[in-house]
Design a binder for this molecule. Structure first.
Ligand code: GMT
Length: 375
C-alpha cells in the first residue's frame, strides 16, 4: 500500500509511535510518506520505501498565528494526488485529523477518494482535546474519520466518556522494537554512576506537570534512605527547574543526575534496576514499555492505560496516583532482594515481548485493509 503518515515529529510519545510504525511498514514493503513540519528524530536513515514531505509555511505580517492546519491540508492534497496514496494515517486529533478531513473534502472535488484513519494518543483526548477551544473540532474530526484507533482500552473508554463519539474505536496498543530496546552490556557505565554498588532508579519524560516528577523524586528520597541508590532523569521540559530545587531541598542533589534529551535511551535503560512513572494521566506509558523491554521493572501510578502495560505484582507495582509511600514500599520490596529483583526483571521482559512490533504491525495492516475496502 501507499500510506501517508501525519504526526508530530517529537522525541517521545505519539511522534515516536508514528515514526516507528512507518519504519516497520516500509520494512515489510509498503511505501510510506511522512508528512510533517520537520524530519522526525527517529527517521535518520535511508530506506527505499520511505519518503518525507515537509510542510512549510510562509510568514506574513498579517498572521499573528501561522495557519499550520491549512498548510498541512494543502500539503496532504498535494502528496495524495502526486504520490497516489491509498490511505492516510494521522496521529493525534488536533490538528491532524481536522486537516485530513479538510484535505479529504478538497480531494473529493477532484474525484479522488482517500480514506483517513486517526490514532488517538491521549494528550489529544485527556488533556488538550477537552478544552472548549478544541472540543467541537476534536469530536467532529473523530466522527468524520474513516477509522479510529486508540492506544489502550483506557483511552478508548475516556474518549467515549468525554466526547460524543458515534463511530467504533479500535484498540491497537503501542509496540516496541525488541531489536533496538534490549538490555546491553554496559556494566562499566553502571560502575561509573554507582561506584559503591548503589541501586539505579530511572525516569524518562518531557518533564511536564502531568508526569508528577516531584512524586518520583520523593519516592527516590524514601528508597535512598533505606537502600543507597542513584536516580537518573532523562529528558527535559518545563518542570526541570522546580525538580532541581526539590532535590536540593531534600538534600539528594548529589544522588540525582539530569541527563537531558538523549537519543540512545536503551543504553541508559540497560543500567537501571527500576523505572519510575508516577504520572497523573498516561494513555499508555510507552516509556514504561521501553524500560520493560530492557529488563527493568516499573513502579508506577495507576493512571489511564499504565496498568494495561505494567502488571501489578508481576512486572512491577501499580499504586494510586500520588501515593508516594506505597510506591516507595513497593520499590523497596523489589530492590531489597536480588532473587525478587531478578524475577521482576524477567517478567518485565516477557510482558514487553507481548507488545513486540511483529505482533502489533499485522493489526494495523489488517485495519488498513478493512478501512480501504469499505471506503
Ligand atoms: O505524554 C507524553 O509523554 C507525550 C504524549 C504525546 O502526546 O505524544 O504521549 C501520549 O502518547 C504516547 C504514545 O501513544 C503514550 O504512551 C502516552 O501515555 C501519552 N501521554 C499521555 O496520555 C499523557
Amino acid at each position: 500500500m501507499k500510506i501517508g503518515i501525519v504526526c508530530y515529529p517529537t522525541y517521545g510519545g505519539s511522534g515516536v509511535v508514528a515514526t516507528e510504525l512507518g519504519k516497520a511498514l516500509a520494512k515489510v514493503g509498503h511505501q510510506v510518506h511522512f508528512i510533517t513540519y520537520t524530519q522526525p528524530p527517529r527517521l535518520d536513515f535511508f530506506n527505499e520505501n520511505i519518503y518525507y514531505h515537509e510542510v512549510s509555511i510562509s510568514s506574513y505580517p498579517l498572521f499573528q498565528y501561522l495557519p499550520y492546519e491549512s498548510a498541512l491540508a494543502s500539503k496532504i492534497v498535494n502528496v495524495v494526488i502526486n504520490e497516489k496514496l491509498d490511505l492516510l494515517h494521522v496521529h493525534y486529533a488536533i490538528p491532524h485529523a481536522s486537516a485530513a478531513y479538510l484535505a479529504k473534502q478538497i480531494l473529493k472535488t477532484k474525484g479522488v477518494h482517500t480514506p483517513f484513519i486517526t490514532t488517538l494518543h491521549g494528550t489529544d483526548i485527556t488533556l488538550v482535546g477537552k478544552d472548549p477551544s478544541f472540543e467541537p473540532v476534536v469530536t467532529f474530526s473523530i466522527n468524520e474519520s474513516d477509522g479510529v484507533t486508540a492506544v489502550s482500552e483506557s483511552l478508548r473508554n475516556d474518549t467515549y466518556d468525554e466526547f460524543e463519539i458515534l463511530s467504533k474505536i479500535e484498540v491497537i496498543p503501542n509496540f516496541i522494537d525488541l531489536e533496538r530496546f534490549k538490555k546491553q552490556p554496559k556494566d562499566h557505565f553502571k560502575i561509573a554512576i554507582c561506584p559503591n554498588g548503589e541501586k539505579l532508579l530511572m525516569h524518562t519524560s518531557n518533564f511536564r506537570k502531568v508526569k508528577r516528577i516531584e512524586d518520583l523524586v520523593k519516592v527516590f528520597h524514601l528508597v535512598n534512605q533505606q537502600i543507597p541508590s542513584k536516580l537518573l532523569l532523562v529528558g527535559d521540559g518545563p518542570e526541570r527547574t522546580s525538580i532541581e530545587m526539590l532535590c536540593r531541598e531534600l538534600g539528594i542533589q548529589n544522588d540525582v543526575r539530569f541527563l537531558g534529551k538523549l537519543d540512545v535511551i536503551e543504553e541508559v535503560l540497560s543500567l537501571a534496576d527500576l523505572f519510575l512513572l508516577t504520572s497523573e494521566k498516561e494513555s499508555f506509558g510507552l516509556a514504561a514499555l521501553e524500560a520493560m523491554a530492557c529488563e527493568v521493572p516499573v513502579i508506577s501510578s495507576n493512571a489511564g492505560g499504565i496498568p494495561e502495560v505494567n502488571v501489578n505484582g508481576v512486572t512491577g507495582f501499580v499504586s494510586n496516583v500520588g501515593d508516594v509511600e506505597d510506591m516507595a514500599k513497593n520499590a523497596l520490596y523489589i530492590l531489597s532482594d536480588e532473587v525478587i529483583l531478578a524475577e521482576f526483571k524477567t517478567n518485565a521482559l516477557n510482558r514487553a515481548k507481548e507488545f513486540d512490533i511483529e505482533n502489533i504491525l499485522p493489526m494495523y495492516e489488517k485495519y488498513y485493509e478493512q478501512i480501504t475496502a469499505k471506503s
